[in-house]
Design a protein around this ligand. Structure first.
Ligand code: PGA
Length: 254
């Protein structure tokens, strides 16, 4: 029998929250209010500048992530941050290949290197994939497949279960409505099928998340009926009440 994976809710703060005080208050609030959520891993991904302050605030309960790393290990790369910089701050997750970064020129090849760098440093990569639009012929499915094939090209069969795959249809990010749970389920099955084709049917599946316009009202339905292992949350991760509302609803799922 396959081992049941713990659910996970990841908050991507993006380029928001502008003081350390606010950042610390947000994480402390999440910790306090989610104390009863026993079945769900919680991750916050603030901007890099808050890592030093948040290092002592995060816990086993609320883990620390970042929103990007550089694809190389060290050297003359002005302005970049290496995975190796992050281990001292107790960073255990990194979002890689978010569509907002892809839109600014990040390629599948660069993403694949970043995933390898994260794994080398024992940081869990949260590998984002998703189509910009849908077409009648289902071309978007081949697009998703090629994102998976190139992005995961440096990940071995032993490592694949250490990756988190976040499916985020670009049209749902920042939108008013999330994708419906039926479509989420279809995509989760499709991603599993692609991973089996790549690694064999006996592979230990990575956790598969959904992201895009998630809130406390739709979170439970998306995870429960969409059969995903958790959620990647943008806007609704910036207020304790909203983010914890999502966590509590996901935690209710058996
Ligand atoms: P949103 O963003 O929750 O604000 O739609 C999701 C994301 O970008 O991951």
């Amino acid at each position: 029998m396959a081992l049941k994976k713990k659910k996970i809710v990841i908050g991507n703060w993006k380029m928001n929250i502008f003081t350390s005080k606010e950042a610390v208050k947000l994480v402390e609030g999440i910790k306090k209010e989610s104390i009863k959520a026993k079945n769900t891993d919680i991750v916050v991904c603030p901007p890099f500048v808050y890592l030093a302050d948040l290092k002592s605030v995060v816990s086993k309960k609320v883990a620390l992530g970042v929103q990007n790393i550089f694809e190389e290990t060290a050297g003359s790369y002005t302005g970049e941050v290496s995975a190796q910089h992050l281990t001292q701050f107790k960073v255990s997750y990194v979002i890689i290949g978010h569509s907002e970064r892809r839109a600014r020129g990040e390629s599948d090849t660069s993403i694949s290197k970043k995933i390898v760098r994260a794994l080398e440093n024992k940081i869990t990569p949260v590998f984002c994939i998703g189509e910009a639009s849908r077409d009648e012929q289902g071309e978007y499915l081949s697009f998703i497949k090629s994102q998976l094939v190139v992005g995961l090209s440096g990940v071995s069969k032993m490592q694949i279960s250490d990756v988190v795959v976040a499916y985020e249809p670009i049209w749902a990010i920042g939108a008013t409505e999330a994708m419906n749970s039926h479509q989420v389920h279809e995509m989760s099955l499709y991603i599993q099928k692609c991973i089996k084709e790549m690694y064999g049917t006996m592979v230990m599946m990575p956790r598969i998340l959904y992201g895009g316009a998630v809130n406390a009202d739709n979170a439970r339905e998306i995870v429960d009926r969409g059969y995903v292992d958790g959620l990647l949350v943008g806007r609704e991760s910036l207020k304790v009440e909203n983010f914890v509302g999502i966590i509590k609803n996901v935690d209710l799922i058996k």
